[in-house]
Design a protein around this ligand. Structure first.
Ligand SMILES: [Zn+2]
Length: 326
C-alpha cells in the first residue's frame, strides 16, 4: 500500500519516516474511529473548534494523540484536521483534503520547499481529511512565539476592512523579513520560491496570514515551514491568479499590459526587489520549469478525482508556460 503521507510504498498506513515525523514513531492508523462532521454530530465537533480560527469555509479541528488514537480535543491539540468543507458553492469540494495533501507533498518532495508535516486520513465513514502537525509547539507543550504577516504589518479588519488579508504585496512581506530575520537572504529566497510555487500550482489564496515568522529558542526569528498550500483554482476556477500583487507598480510592466497576467520577467523583477540576483532568480525559475514531468506524475498518482487530476495538470502546464516565455 501507499504511505498516507508521502505516497511511497509502505507496509503500514504510514512509512517509518512519516510515522516518525508525524507521530514520533507510534503506529497510528490512517482511519479514525469516528465519523466526519455532519448535522448529527456537529455540536460535538463545534465544541472542539473554539481555539482554532475558521478561514473561509474550511473548518479546522484540533486533535491530540492518546496512545495509538487521534482524538478530538479542546486543549493541547497537536494536530489540525480539515475535513471536506461543508460547501456547495465550490467545485470538486470532495477533493479539497487531497488537494492540500498533494500540493504540500509536491512542494516538499519535488520543489524542495520546507513544509509542515501532513497526510491524508479518513473518518470511519470513509470521508477524507487533511491532517497536519503543528510546528509551533515545543516538546513541553508550550508554544513558540509565532506571528503571521497580517499581524506583523498591523493589518486588521478595523484598519483595512474585510479584505485585510489581501491588502498588501509580497514585496512587503520581503521588507519585513529583511527587518526581523537575522539570516535574511535565505529567507527571502524561500519567500521567492514559495510565491513562484503558489503561482505554478494555482494557489490564489496565499494571503498575509499564510506566511509567518516563528521565534526559536535562540531568540532568532525564522520563516515557518510552508502551510495551507493547495490549488485553490480547482475549487474556484474564476479567482484571480495570485492572492497578493508581487509589488507596488508590478502590474505596470509591458508583459502584464500585453497578457493580463504575470510572466517570467515579472518574477525576475520581483526577485530583484527582494535582493535576489537576476542570475539566481532565472536559475530557480528554470529548475522549477524542469520539474514539470515530476509534478505531472505526482498529480497522476494522487487520490484526486480524474477530473481534478486533469484540471490540476492543465493549471500547472499553463503556469509553467507563462514562466518559460522569454
Ligand atoms: Zn511516508
Amino acid at each position: 500500500m501507499q504511505c498516507a503521507a508521502c505516497y511511497r510504498e509502505s507496509k503500514h498506513d504510514f512509512c517509518p519516516k512519516c510515522s516518525k515525523r508525524l507521530f514520533d514513531g507510534i503506529k497510528i492508523a490512517a482511519r479514525l474511529s469516528y465519523a466526519a462532521p455532519k448535522s448529527e454530530n456537529l455540536p460535538d465537533y463545534l465544541k472542539h473548534t473554539s481555539r482554532l480560527s475558521i478561514s473561509g469555509v474550511q473548518l479546522k479541528y484540533s486533535l491530540r494523540r492518546e496512545e495509538k488514537a487521534l482524538i478530538l480535543t479542546e486543549n493541547q491539540g497537536e494536530y489540525i484536521v480539515k475535513p471536506v468543507p461543508p460547501s456547495t458553492q465550490l467545485l470538486a469540494i470532495e477533493d479539497a483534503p487531497e488537494n492540500e495533501h498533494l500540493t504540500m507533498q509536491i512542494a516538499e518532495q519535488v520543489f524542495k520547499i520546507r513544509t509542515a508535516a501532513n497526510a491524508l486520513i479518513f473518518f470511519d465513514d470513509g470521508q477524507p481529511a487533511y491532517i497536519t502537525r503543528r510546528f509551533d509547539l515545543k516538546t513541553d507543550g508550550k508554544k513558540y512565539q509565532q506571528e503571521d504577516f497580517a499581524q506583523l504589518l498591523n493589518r486588521t479588519t478595523a484598519s483595512n476592512g474585510q479584505n485585510y488579508k489581501y491588502d498588501a504585496t509580497y514585496e512587503e512581506i520581503g521588507i519585513l523579513i529583511r527587518k526581523h530575520v537575522a539570516a535574511a537572504p535565505p529567507a527571502l529566497e524561500a519567500l521567492f520560491r514559495l510565491v513562484v510555487f503558489n503561482y505554478i500550482v494555482g494557489n490564489g489564496d496565499a494571503h498575509l496570514k499564510n506566511f509567518s515568522l516563528i521565534q526559536h529558542e535562540s531568540g532568532e526569528y525564522r520563516l515557518t515551514p510552508a502551510y495551507d498550500l493547495m490549488s485553490t483554482k480547482l475549487h474556484t476556477p474564476y479567482e484571480t491568479d495570485i492572492a497578493l500583487e508581487l509589488c507596488e507598480g508590478c502590474l505596470d510592466t509591458d508583459f502584464y499590459a500585453a497578457n493580463g497576467y504575470y510572466g517570467r520577467q515579472d518574477f525576475i523583477g520581483f526577485a530583484k526587489r527582494l535582493g535576489i540576483a537576476e542570475k539566481r532568480a532565472t536559475g530557480i525559475l528554470d529548475i522549477f520549469i524542469n520539474l514539470q514531468n515530476q509534478t505531472m506524475k505526482r498529480i497522476e498518482n494522487s487520490r484526486l478525482s480524474e477530473e481534478s487530476k486533469s484540471n490540476y495538470s492543465k493549471i500547472v502546464l499553463d503556469r509553467l508556460l507563462r514562466l518559460s516565455r522569454r
